[in-house]
Structure formats: C-alpha cells, structure tokens
Design a protein around this ligand. Structure first.
Ligand code: ADP
Ligand code: MG
Ligand code: ZN
Length: 505
C-alpha cells in the first residue's frame, strides 16, 4: 500500500499535524530511586537492587541530581517549573517491568508550557502557545505541553525475530534509570519541522549536559504522533503513533510515509484508525502494532511511597545560574563576534565542547576571526575530504592559533600554510612540530620581490592598463602572479605593499 500513486494535487489537499513525545535518559551517576549505578553497557543484571527490582517492602528515594537535571532541561526549553509536582504509578504488565508499574508523573508534572523555535519553510507562522518573547522572522514556535520525570523499564533481548524468536532474555540494569519525557503540542506541520524540532531539542539538551542523547544506546527515543486533516478544517484528524524509530532521519521518513498512507486511506473512502504503528527501516514503511481497543489503561494513581516533589525557589534560581549559553544564542553572538555566516556558526557550535575549545583558543590569538577562517576552510575542508570527525584532526586548536598568527603577521603565506597543513594531514602531525621542522623560506628582501614584480608587470601590460584606468582590484592579480613566481615564498605583507606602490608609480 505504499502511497507512491498520490498526485501532488491530492497531497496538497491535506495538512499534516504532528506532535512528538521524546524520552531522554539523564546522565546521573545513580538511578532515579536507588543507589544502583546508572551505566550503559554493564554486564546484564549487575546494576540491580531490591528497589529497582520492585521487591516487596523496598522503598524509593528520589535522586536529587535527577531533579536538578530535569529542572535545568525544563528551563532550557522555556517551561514553567511547578513548585510542587506529584509522582504517579503507571500500571502495566511487561516482562521487563518487574514492579508491574512505572513511577511517572501524570496530572501534575514537574514542568509545563515551554517552547522551541524552529526554522520554518513557509516564513513565519506562530501557532504555539506563549506569545511573549520576540520571534525572529523565519522562525516558528513549537509549543511544549509538558516535561515530566519518570523511570525507565528494563530490556528484553530476543533471540531471532517474530515467529522465529526462540528465547527472550531480560536485562534489568535499565530499570529505574531516570528519564524525562518531553511532549510537544500538535504544532508541527511537516516532517522537516519535526526533524528541526528534534535536532534543536537534542542540541539544547546536549548543551545543558543533562543527557548524552545517544540514540544508538537509547538515551534519546522519540514517538511520533501524526494525523492529517483537509486544509482549512479546524478539527484534528485521528492520529497514529509511530514507535520504534531510532534516528531523526528515520522519523522524518516514517512521518512522510504515514502522512501519505493516511491520505490514501481517506481518499479511498476509508477512515484512519487510532493505533500504534511500528516503523520498519529496512522496508521504509510502518506496520500496525496495536489498535486503540488494545491500548493500555494505565490506571494512574499518586505514588504512595513518595511525597510531593518540591522545587524550591532557591533550587530554581540556583539552576538558572547554572544555565549555559544555549546554542541559538551562542550562534547569534558568534556570528556577530567573528563575522561568521550562519552555516559556519552552526559548524563551530555543533557541540558545546567544540565551541568552547574554539573560543578559548580564539581569545588567545591575534585575530580571532582568522582562527575561525583557518579552522573552517583549511582544517574543516581537509576533514571533510577525508571523512574525519573534528576530534580526529591531527592539528590541535593551539596549532590552528599558531598558524593563524603566523598568517596574520605575514610570516607565512596562505600557500605555505596550505602546504604545511598538507604535511600535517599526511603524517598525522600537529602544526607546531611541522612548522618548526619545515619552517618555510621566506623572501623578505624587498629588492628581490621588486625584481619579480617588475617581471610580472612587464609580462602583463593589459592588466597594468586596467589598473591605471581605475580597476584597483587588478592588484590582486599581480600579487597572485608574483607569489606564484616566488614559489609561495614572498612575504605577503611586503608583497602587497610593493605591488601597489609599483603599480601606482
Ligand atoms: P495520548 O493520550 O494518545 O498519548 P496525548 O494527547 O497525550 O495523546 O498526545 C500525545 C502526543 O500526540 C502529543 O505530542 C500531542 O501533541 C500529539 N497529538 C495529539 N493529538 C494529535 C493529533 N490529532 N494529531 C497529531 N498529533 C496529535
Ligand atoms: Mg502518548
Ligand atoms: Zn537499584
């Protein structure tokens, strides 16, 4: 039933509505309600105790660090934090949930009413809730309904798939791992917006340091809710929930598939069923997993073993003080400070750690903007060509700063810089060592440079004429030619100076 047959006209008749539920594991040392290690990758069933196994009589004690992280994350996505929130039991049976319930939050979550701004394709439409705060053009505000705290369940590991499954193993290490769940308003309108929302959310969470957001290890998981409605209709259509999607690109693909599937159902006179569907990445389609009739009734009730969670005004203000500069603000500042374009600002701020390293290094350089340039064009270009990550660069930030300073002082030409970087990448050596060893010859003798300039001027009368007729940019041509003639060894500052003097003479 792939919907390849739908024409663009039919697709355009409908408007998709998307809301996302994101689960994020918190990077606490211990679990949410016991002192077991919160650690991915330990041998199965080694980080467990009576509390996280739910043995009779064991009592939960809330992890303070988890509360601090949840509060920090909530503030970072513009939520209002509730002074008093309530833990609730979410009851269901599953082999990897030995307690028979999950401690979660229900009608009084720790935080509500937040938002994330995302770039929107269609200019700027604001549908999200809080209208305060200025929204730059081209941005769209996606409302966040709530952020609540809960604990994770264990893991079932199956031998084989489906009918060929023979055994199921249980690893309960993950039981009781602290999670936050972040639920968006149904404000998202396209799979691309969903992708942007998730990208920004992840980036913000990484900057706050509350999670490593590693999707392969399940530290960040997303369920996507999607429906379609005829354009112009106010009432939402019936939604399907897509689970089991483990990358943002797959979520975008799953949403696209699901939108077309639902339109096809409606166009052929059917009704979209309210159900949970699974994404199959190999086949690029979703499958029905359970219908609404089979939906869980979780019988939520307040957790009797835990008192209300109090986030005091003191904790709130302490947390505000700990808030790092967030990615969007940092980009805006760096664009202004280093005269970057938005794309380069994105590259430099891809992680907080990388942006920190860059800025610390740039501050110590003669010309911070040049550090950015060298990093982005010379190092970035080589890394990209070789398919390497920034951490795999042989050239350190200190090496980049030295190179930028040498360029700035005119002690090496940009051609020499390129040659030195080539050596760094060929041999896997840092720049300072390569520079010390191969310190390129530089011609600083004005008369030698003048002789070369005279030759180039004599050989290019037409360009001389152009220059003298007022086209001053032709000077760059002469600089380039002389540099070439000097095999890249002419002192750039001196060369520039002499070329204009000769041409103006
Ligand atoms: P449920 O009780 O089924 O979990 P919720 O009301 O809690 O539903 O919403 C879960 C998510 O689904 C939220 O992100 C919400 O924005 C989104 N959502 C709700 N209704 C719709 C709809 N009709 N179409 C798309 N998404 C929706
Ligand atoms: Mg739900
Ligand atoms: Zn435990």
């Amino acid at each position: 039933m792939p919907a390849a047959a739908l024409s663009p006209e039919i697709l355009a008749k409908y408007e998709p509505v998307i809301g996302l539920e994101v689960h994020v594991q918190l990077l606490t040392a211990t679990k949410a309600f016991c002192s077991c290690a919160n650690h991915f990758g330990s041998a199965p069933n080694t980080n467990i105790c009576p509390v996280c196994l739910g043995l009779p009589g064991a009592l939960p004690v809330l992890n303070q660090k988890a509360v601090e992280f949840a509060t920090l994350a909530a503030l970072a996505i513009n939520c209002q934090v509730r002074e008093s929130s309530i833990f609730a039991r979410k009851n269901y049976f599953y082999p990897d949930l030995p307690k028979g319930y999950q401690i979660s939050q229900f009608d009084k979550p720790i935080a509500e009413h937040g938002w994330i701004d995302v770039p929107s394709a269609d200019g700027s439409v604001h549908t999200g809730p809080p209208a305060d705060g200025s929204l730059s053009p081209g941005l769209k505000r996606i409302g966040i309904t709530r952020l609540h705290m809960e604990e994770d369940a264990g893991k079932s590991l199956h031998d084989g798939f489906g009918d060929s499954a023979t055994r199921t193993y249980l690893d309960l290490n993950r039981c009781g791992t602290p999670l936050i769940e972040i639920v968006s308003e149904p404000d998202i309108r396209t799979p691309d917006e969903a992708f942007e929302y998730l990208t920004r959310l992840k980036e913000i969470l990484l900057y706050t340091g509350v999670s490593d957001c590693n999707m392969e290890e399940g530290s960040l998981r997303c369920d996507a809710n999607v429906s379609v409605r005829p354009r112009g209709q106010e009432k939402f259509g019936t939604k399907a929930e897509v689970k089991n999607v483990n990358s943002f690109r797959f979520i975008r693909a799953a949403l696209q598939y699901e939108i077309e599937r639902q339109i096809e159902v409606i166009e052929s006179g059917g009704r979209v069923a309210q159900e949970t569907r699974l994404w199959n990445a190999n086949e690029g389609r979703t499958y029905s997993m359970r219908s609404k009739e089979q939906a869980h009734d979780y019988r939520y009730f307040p957790e009797p073993d835990l008192p209300p969670l109090i986030v005091s005004p003191e904790l709130l203000s302490e947390t505000r003080k700990k808030m790092p500069e967030l990615p969007e603000a940092r980009r805006a500042r760096m664009i202004a400070e280093y005269e970057l374009n938005p794309k380069d600002a994105h590259t430099l701020t891809a992680s907080r750690e990388f942006a920190d390293r860059f800025e610390t290094a740039a501050k110590g350089a003669k010309n911070p903007r040049r550090v950015a340039n060298v990093l982005l064009s010379e190092i970035g270009g080589r890394l990209k060509a070789l398919g390497l990550e920034p951490e795999q660069s042989p050239v350190s930030m200190a090496g980049i700063v030295l190179a930028a300073d040498l360029l700035d002082d005119g002690k090496i030409s940009s051609k020499q810089l390129k040659q030195l970087f080539d050596v760094c990448f060929e041999r896997g050596e840092d720049f300072p060592a390569v520079y010390e060893r191969e310190k390129p010859e530089q011609i600083t003798d004005a008369s030698a440079i003048e002789a070369l300039i005279d030759q180039v001027i004599a050989a290019n009368p037409k360009q001389v004429e152009q220059y003298r007729a007022g086209k001053k940019t032709v000077a760059g041509f002469f600089v380039g030619q002389v540099m070439k003639a000097s095999k890249g060894q002419a002192n750039p500052a001196l060369l520039n100076d002499l070329v204009t003097r000769k041409l103006d003479a």
